[in-house]
Design a protein around this ligand. Structure first.
Ligand code: NCD
Ligand code: ZN
Ligand code: ZN
Length: 354
């Protein structure tokens, strides 16, 4: 079959680690991984070494991306409940505000009182994104019910959580949710074999949980890679290996393989990785930004071929079908047959279009 054309895909959940943790990833390597994986836009999380909670820190990060990115990059803001005076200054610059209600990478945890205060203070044009799993989800749903503010629940991983979200959607709450490729394609059985390389938040779940995600794909708004690189040294030698796995280069081939297996359609992939993200987050798009894939090419995921600086994948050794061949950004060919053709800084920093 000839190449298939897809719109440039959008990953609404990545951690490109800059500034502060450039040993894990930087804007050039992270956005090269995006391009190689068929993603032309990524939205980057604020849990940097020093969290992005002020206009100054956001501006500094934007400048680094402007100089170094090869795909388009947008940002989320962060809050520990003590920076409300910044909200008006940054609200036009970010795609949302990200809040962490459970322990994960970065020292960035807030409690119910702070959550309620942030919900009241957030201007509300762009969504509030939540890392909430287990007991923090009902608490968050209560506050969403009280404030009616647009909220995106990140990386939903289990049956219980997705059931609660479906019920909340049916009740009319303004919520959307995303799932990660690792929760769609790996389970706790894989976690045992992968050791630290299968360690992320939320943890990998049971086959029953995974099946429930697939059976309820129509309730899921986005596939988000949660690209969260850590070095092999950190994973293997730290006493408590950090949570997180990379995903930008494996998400699309895994999804295309699932299309081939009849688990979802190509239209689902476009809905989950392009159309819904543009609508939920007001992401600007360009007709001349697109991806060409060879739907028939079969290959094995190989750490040696990755652009991500961390240099590993939990999907190493997996055979996939469907390969990104060419990527065009605003009409310019930026990727061809495994080669990035463009220079650092050729990507744009993007802002929500209202
Ligand atoms: C993420 C990271 O490393 O920044 N880790 C993870 O396990 N998912 C943080 C997060 O998204 O929770
Ligand atoms: Zn998270
Ligand atoms: Zn994340």
């Amino acid at each position: 079959m000839s190449n298939l054309k897809l719109p440039g895909l959008i990953d609404i959940h990545v951690h490109l680690r800059t500034p502060g943790q450039e040993h894990k990833e930087d804007f050039t390597t992270g956005t090269s991984a995006a391009i190689a994986g068929g993603f032309t836009t990524v939205l980057d999380m604020p849990n940097n070494e020093v969290p992005i909670t002020t206009l100054g820190k956001l501006r500094a990060k934007i400048e680094l991306a402007r100089q170094n990115a090869v795909c388009d990059v947008g940002f989320y803001f962060g809050s520990l409940g003590d920076n409300f005076q910044e909200f008006d200054k940054i609200k036009q610059l970010v795609f949302g505000i990200k809040l962490y209600l459970n322990v994960t990478t970065g020292n960035f945890l807030i409690d119910e009182v702070k959550l309620a205060a942030i919900y009241s203070a957030w201007p509300g044009h762009q969504p509030i994104l939540l890392h909430c799993e287990g007991e923090t989800l009902p608490m968050a749903l209560k506050i969403i019910r009280q404030t009616n503010k647009k909220t995106h629940i990140c990386h939903v991983s289990g049956k219980d959580e997705l059931s609660q979200i479906i019920r909340a959607k049916q009740a009319g709450l303004p919520i959307t949710c995303g799932v990660t490729p690792h929760h769609l394609f790996l389970t706790e059985e894989d976690a045992k074999k992968l050791g630290p390389y299968g360690r992320m938040k939320p943890f990998l779940k049971t086959k029953t949980d995974q099946n429930f995600l697939w059976e309820n794909l129509k309730w899921i708004d986005a596939v988000e890679s949660d690209h969260a690189p850590h070095t092999t040294v950190e994973k293997e030698f730290a006493k408590n290996p950090p949570f997180g796995v990379p995903g930008l280069e494996t998400t699309l081939p895994l999804l295309l393989t699932a299309v081939f297996e009849g688990k979802l359609t190509l239209d689902d992939v476009i809905r989950l990785c392009h159309t819904n993200p543009t609508k939920i987050f007001n992401i600007p798009t360009d007709e001349q930004t697109y991806v060409e894939i060879d739907p028939d090419e079969q290959y094995t995921i190989n750490n040696k071929h990755l652009f991500t600086k961390c240099g590993w994948s939990p999907f190493k050794g997996k055979s996939v079908k469907g390969k990104v061949k060419k990527v065009f950004l605003r009409g310019e060919k930026v990727f061809d047959n495994g080669q990035i053709l463009t220079q650092p800084g050729s990507g744009k920093v993007i802002y929500p279009s209202f």
